[in-house]
Design a protein around this ligand. Structure first.
Ligand code: PMP
Length: 456
């Protein structure tokens, strides 16, 4: 009988993991001290490790999981697709699930977004968006529009183009010599307002800053890139209502394309299918990934309007082709998972269940606001961030070396809840299928974990 990795004893898995794996965003030296939790199986919102311990997946397997793990409809769709073909290329051929997935996306995307360019993950979806926006202007008589505008604290992925857009020094500063220049305008941040104002009295002074940047450089800017409504990796920064709509209007006035990165916020996470719907805007280009397959498989899409698409048409010799494509673009298995994920949204009326769950989460998080080390609790839809501070009155952050967010999540892990922090912010982003009982448990454990970590 062949010896599969799953037959390895728990200790052996830890040993091989330590010897040969290099984990993402992880100081590997620490693995010596803190053994990895090794997940073996999952069901619904619960992950199970090789020792049989269960964890509530409070971060939705990094913001991807939508309908829960091992969902029978998605599992079945994948099995059926496996019997047909696992992969065939979209370079020179098409495949059935890639086409059907595009049709299904048409039913849910904001109207006006009608061309689907597939890739593999959020970063590649953003690379595609950047190249598309750049080339669009090259081919529509505005070749001087070569620059991009992004928000402070932006995070759009880990590839060089998306890192260029990034505004998180901890992750991005080291790579500056490799990156192209991007202008960053201060992001709206109501807890630490860059304009020293408060909403709604400020009347969105942060939009004035954006307006000034566009008035100054608008003619050379290809696109404004932003995460609509919630800047995830910046620490679940929730934008004030009206910012997105205002930014969209400014872009239109200045002939600048708007690229909406819905990689994190898309597929129900804000309470609507896409965050842009809350403010009734249709961006020129939208990037989607993560939740598109329900969190099952890597798949992403950069979707755009007919206006952008038309700029790429012409005789081959005119060289207007979009010369971009990844090996696994439009992978049939991933597209089958995406179709099934969208079907489950309909079958289970997922979006209709959300208001009650969002309210329950808000109610569960409310008591945390009173904690002496909790500076801010931010929530939009099922996404939440709890910012821990050393001093509540002055909002002084904890020294990053104390790793307070990490300490809280380790306490939570001991109590059977898995999440991953962003600096001093404890992040919650469970699958949309989470039950109200599970939400109550989650909030209770997070409260206990904050108390335990900040008092020790
Ligand atoms: N954009 C946003 C807003 C994200 O949150 C992420 C990932 N967290 C990405 C892009 C990059 O996605 P991926 O990790 O799939 O490359």
């Amino acid at each position: 009988m062949s010896h599969s990795i799953t037959n390895f004893a728990h200790e052996e898995l830890q040993h091989v993991s330590r010897q040969h794996l290099w984990y993402p965003f992880t100081q590997m030296q620490e693995l010596e001290r803190e053994p990895m939790v090794v997940i073996e199986s999952a069901q619904g919102c619960w992950l199970q490790d090789t020792s049989g311990k269960r964890y509530l997946d409070a971060v939705g397997s990094i913001w991807t999981n939508v309908h829960g793990h091992c969902h029978p409809h998605i599992d079945e769709a994948l099995r059926r697709q496996l019997d047909r073909v696992a992969h065939s290329t979209l370079l020179g051929l098409s495949n059935v699930p890639a086409i059907e997935c595009a049709r299904k996306l048409m039913e849910i995307l904001p109207s006006g977004l009608e061309r689907i360019f597939y890739s593999d993950n959020g970063s590649t979806a953003m690379e595609v968006a950047l190249k598309m926006a750049f080339q669009y202007h090259q081919q529509t008589g505005q070749p001087q529009r070569t620059r991009f505008l992004a928000l402070s604290g932006a995070y759009h992925g880990d590839t060089i183009g998306s890192v260029s857009l990034g505004g998180i020094d901890l992750f991005h500063a080291l790579y500056r010599p490799l990156l192209f220049e991007v202008e960053h305008v201060p992001a709206p941040n109501c807890y630490r307002c860059p304009c020293q104002a408060s909403f709604p009295g400020c009347r969105l002074a942060c939009l004035d800053v954006l307006e000034r940047a566009l008035e100054q450089d608008g003619q050379t800017i290809a696109a404004l890139v932003l995460e609509p409504l919630v800047q995830g990796a910046a620490g679940m920064l929730v934008h004030p209502p009206g910012y997105l709509k205002g930014a969209h209007e400014l872009c239109q006035r200045h002939g600048v394309l708007l690229i909406a990165d819905e990689v994190a916020v898309g597929f129900g996470k804000t309470g609507r299918m896409f965050a842009c719907e809350h403010e009734g805007i249709v961006p020129d280009i939208m990037a989607i990934a993560k939740g598109i397959t329900g969190g099952y498989l890597p798949l992403a899409a950069t979707v755009t309007t007919d206006r952008v698409y038309q700029a790429f048409l012409g005789e081959f010799a005119e060289l207007r082709t979009f010369f971009h494509g990844h090996t696994f673009t439009g992978n049939p298995l991933a597209c089958a998972a995406a179709i099934a994920t969208m079907e489950v949204f309909e079958q289970e009326r997922t979006l209709e269940q959300l208001p009650a769950k969002i309210a329950r989460l808000a109610a569960g998080l409310t008591p945390l606001k009173a904690h002496s080390q909790v500076g801010d609790v931010r929530q939009r839809g099922t996404m939440a961030g709890i910012e821990l501070v050393r001093d509540k009155a002055s909002k002084e952050p904890y020294d990053y070396r104390l790793r307070m967010g990490q300490r809280v999540t380790l306490e939570a892990r001991r109590r059977g809840v898995f999440t991953r922090p962003l600096g001093n912010v404890v992040v919650l982003m469970p699958p949309l299928s989470i039950t109200t009982e599970e939400i109550d448990l989650l909030c209770q454990v997070i409260g206990e974990s904050i108390a335990a970590a900040t008092s020790s």
